[in-house]
Design a protein around this ligand. Structure first.
Ligand code: GLC
Length: 660
């Protein structure tokens, strides 16, 4: 008992020491020092190739931003870097390489429905961030997928608030478990890229709290993220970064959030308003914002208190960083181990959409005719701040040992040489040439090449590629196949089936596409999203059955864009009215005759499972098939997802009871 009391006393002393530390610092800070602390240290690396540090040498070249140090008081500068799929910094730091692991993008990882896996990947991200001297990873992106056309859906998790919140909480726990902070983003209602800096999302209160705020409420309650990132847009006529209702009444009073609110990377706005709203830190920060505050608040005590509130939040954040730095066991980033994890995480997330006549898995020695430019040049991630400077990427063509059709392969190699920029997310990730035109150029195919390849193949494999990114939404046309893609699928399907052979389609896409008009051409369809640097290996692991696919859709795949009511007013430049209210994703199909192409939660397996609901509401899952596999159980209340669980790997005949 004495020992318990002593340790309790010790913890309280430490706590009060820290609290005293923040208050004592606040008491001795000059106004100028307070202003410097709530305004970031400059545009660290808006464009990954640029470094424009207003605050002297950048500690971590390529990081997104830093806070100001206050040397007189021993307050260090805090380093922040993107992003959700990997640490985005310059690939060379201080004279040596600084590659980071490009993990599968958010919408891919989320398809695993595995909170534990999110936490595991988060741990690896946190480790790499710490190794490179990053204190806060600007992740996870977790806005609701209101429309399939949002350019940043690749970074987000789902159309469903509960699934988004639970998965994001796993990611945050993983990252913060390694002593690196997170920034859950973008709060709130940044559900499109069109006009993102000034677009006004007009949403009714019930829909706000039940759909768009709900993931943030869950992630705050379940993982206590060090920071929340306020978004660029307006919400119901008020900038989120200037909304005291949003940043103080909702975030603080209603959800009791104790961390810091940092702005998205915004040029100067109404700095005083932002402080008054409770936006604690203006990132990346510039001298104009400091000038705004130089005089502000001096003349009245209330204002000084609002400034002090923000300064205090930043001091508490700095304190977390200082403690974490002391506890960190610095190490080189374990890139080899993380590559293995990236491969496993991707394979665990792929969604098997169709598998007629058990086309898959393929036998290991099967001869494959490989079609589709993305088979030879995989889309491993998205563009913008979510881009990762990885050391390499594995294409499907790199790992299919016995791909046949020499002429076909040489034609793809020749074509790739002439289309080097086809799938380039590097350089100015925000402004790379194809931004918004996600349908990547496809090589037109000649029948003779197809015939020659299929004459010596056992099966055809075709990859369809899409890219998307920050700063622009997908064009409506991007939802449908391009002419070249349709020609490719039709021609390969014809020639394969003429020869009694099958066609497998791999969807290497950054967002939902139309499937109804062409899926009957394929014998199997595997959705791999943007699977990260180990993508090619992960795809082969699933195609050959080394891994049994267990991914499920986290968003509805509609037959037509018009089937989703949000399409009516998605992407309006200035004002976007969420007239559909909570009819988002699968909720839009309630009481409707329409059916989706593939519904929320859909995903096939190479084995079969039975579910038996027990008296206490738990579910007994049994593997009734002939292959080991994992299964996801969803609980629904009032037709909406209320809980979900994923089994461990169950051998044939094995069973597991899952509880809500
Ligand atoms: C970007 C993004 C945000 C990112 C930040 C820093 O504009 O909206 O997600 O973390 O700026 O790069």
């Amino acid at each position: 008992m004495r020992r318990v009391l002593c340790s309790l006393l010790f913890v309280m002393c430490v706590f009060f020491a820290h609290a005293a530390n923040v208050d004592s610092l606040l008491n001795v800070m000059t106004h100028k020092e307070k202003v410097r602390l709530v305004i970031g240290g400059g545009w660290g690396s808006l464009f990954s190739g640029f470094n424009i540090p207003f605050c002297g040498k950048q500690q971590v070249p390529g990081a997104a931003g830093v806070t100001h140090a206050i040397k007189r008081l021993g307050i260090p500068s805090v380093v922040m870097a993107d992003g959700p799929a990997g640490v985005r910094i310059k690939p060379r730091q201080h004279g040596k390489t600084a590659y980071a692991t490009a993990f599968p993008v958010g919408c891919c990882l989320a398809s695993s429905w595995d909170v534990g896996l999110m936490e595991e990947v988060g741990g690896a991200l946190g480790e790499e961030a710490a190794a490179y001297g990053v204190d806060i990873l600007l992740s996870p992106g977790m806005n609701i997928m209101r429309s399939p056309l949002c350019g940043r859906n690749y970074e987000y998790y789902s159309e469903d608030p509960l699934l988004t919140g639970k998965l994001a909480a796993g990611m945050v726990r993983g990252i913060q478990g390694k002593g690196v902070g997170t920034s859950v983003k973008h709060f709130a209602c940044n559900n499109q890229e069109t006009g993102r800096m000034h677009n006004d999302s007009q949403v009714d209160s019930l829909t706000l709290f039940n759909i768009y705020f709900k993931p943030f409420e869950i992630v705050i309650r379940e993982s206590n993220p060090w920071t929340v990132m306020s978004s660029y847009n307006l919400l119901n006529g008020e900038r989120t970064q200037e909304s005291r209702w949003l940043l103080t009444d909702v975030l603080r009073r209603r959800w009791h959030y104790e961390g810091a609110v940092i702005s998205d990377w915004t040029f100067r706005r109404r700095t005083r308003r932002q402080i008054e709203a409770g936006n604690n830190l203006m990132m990346p920060g510039d001298v104009l914002q400091r000038m705004d505050l130089k005089k502000a608040f001096k003349e009245n005590a209330d204002g000084e208190n609002m400034l002090d509130t923000c300064v205090k939040r930043v001091l508490q954040l700095v304190e977390k960083v200082q403690r974490a730095r002391e506890e960190r066991r610095w190490r080189e980033p374990r890139l080899e181990e993380h590559a293995v994890l990236a491969r496993r995480a991707a394979a665990e997330s792929f969604v098997l959409l169709c598998n007629e006549g058990n086309t898959l898995p393929l036998s290991p020695d099967v001869r494959i005719a490989l079609f589709g430019a993305s088979s030879y040049d995989m889309v491993i991630g998205g563009t913008g701040s979510g881009h990762v400077n990885a050391a390499y990427k594995v294409n499907l063509s790199d790992v299919i040992g016995n791909s046949v059709g020499e002429r076909l392969k040489s034609e793809y190699r020749r074509w790739a040489k002439g289309n080097k920029h086809r799938n380039k997310a590097a350089g100015f990730g925000f402004m790379q040439k194809y931004l918004g035109r996600g349908a990547l150029k496809e090589m037109p195919l000649k029948r003779e090449w197809i015939r020659e390849a299929l004459d010596s193949a056992d099966i055809a494999l075709v990859t369809v590629g899409r890219q998307a990114g920050e700063g622009r939404d997908r064009e409506r046309s991007d939802f449908s196949l391009t002419g070249e893609e349709r020609d490719m699928l039709c021609a390969v399907s014809d020639e394969a089936h003429l020869r009694g052979k099958k066609m497998v389609v791999v969807l290497n896409v950054s967002g939902v596409i139309e499937t109804m008009s062409w899926r009957s051409l394929a014998d199997a369809v595997l959705l791999v999203w943007c699977p990260g640097q180990e993508g090619g290996n992960a795809v082969m692991d699933v195609l050959t059955g080394a891994v049994n696919p267990s991914g499920r859709l986290t968003m509805t795949w509609p037959m037509r864009l018009e089937d989703l009511p949000s399409t009516r007013n998605f992407g309006d430049e200035d004002v976007t009215r969420y007239e559909e209210r909570d009819s988002v994703g699968y909720r839009a199909y309630f009481d409707s005759e329409r059916i989706p192409a593939y519904e929320f939660g859909y995903g096939l397996s190479y084995t079969a499972f039975s579910e038996e609901t027990l008296t206490d509401g738990s579910v007994l899952v049994r593997n009734t098939g002939r292959m080991a596999g994992r299964h996801v159980v969803m609980w629904m209340k009032n037709r909406c997802l209320s809980s979900f669980r994923k089994t461990r790997l169950l051998q044939p005949g094995e069973e597991e009871v899952l509880r809500e």
